[in-house]
Unconditional design. Structure first.
Length: 219
């Protein structure tokens, strides 16, 4: 059964490049991003892991922990990290999960439950559905799921943009419009009546249609 937004993120224990973890305990009261890879030493993932390391300070500023996953062993991840640093300029500075028995990939709906076999003998093509990005909130609920094909590198700037929106809309009763970026106008959530909105926004709002109520981003 595929995971959906609003589902509780499956908990698990795993070895990582930064030690053994229990996922929910590792998240704690933070937000988290789990992004997965079908195989170590693959070219597109090499670029992604390096870029994620480069922009990790942006996630840190937002109170978001990063963790990667690949079906290969942790020892392989450490060797791969050297290639990543050499070619991308940044080595992974976040934990990388080893999922050699495929349990996590299957629990998170990234591989069929029937998938089996030695991870070292499985190819990237065997594992091609393991190209996901999950954003998880402090409540351990899944807030975003992105699934990418093998041939398209992920846009982690977009993941940051979405996290800005998720964190803002979790705190205030607003929604963010198309192409929204931090600091731009937002829309009062449809669940808020005009009467209640007037209490929060006594100066009113721009309303090109009755159902579109535009206000400055709350601080």
């Amino acid at each position: 059964m595929a995971l959906q937004i609003g589902d509780t993120a499956p908990d698990f224990e795993a070895d990582t490049t930064q030690g053994h973890i229990r996922f929910h305990d590792w998240i704690g009261d933070s937000w988290a991003v789990l992004f997965s890879h079908p195989k170590d030493f693959t070219p597109i993932c090499t670029t992604e892991l390096g870029y994620m390391a480069k922009i990790k300070p942006e996630f840190d500023k937002r109170g978001v922990k990063i963790i990667g996953l690949s079906v290969d062993p942790v020892d392989n991840h450490a060797k791969w990290a050297k290639d990543i640093e050499e070619t991308q300029g940044f080595a992974p500075n976040y934990p990388m999960i080893g999922d050699t028995d495929l349990k996590i990939a299957k629990a998170w709906g990234m591989l069929p439950a029937a998938a089996s076999g030695d991870a070292s003998k499985r190819t990237a093509a065997d594992n091609q559905t393991v190209r996901n990005v999950f954003v998880i909130g402090p409540d351990k609920k899944i807030k975003l799921i992105l699934v990418y094909p093998m041939t398209t590198g992920r846009n982690f700037d977009e993941v940051l943009r979405v996290i800005d929106s998720l964190q803002l809309t979790a705190k205030h009763k607003v929604a963010t419009p198309v192409q929204w970026k931090q600091g731009e106008d937002v829309i009062i959530a449809g669940s808020v009546s005009d009467e209640d909105a007037k209490k929060t926004y006594p100066k009113g709002w721009k309303s090109p249609k009755p159902y579109i109520r535009i206000v400055p981003q709350p601080r």
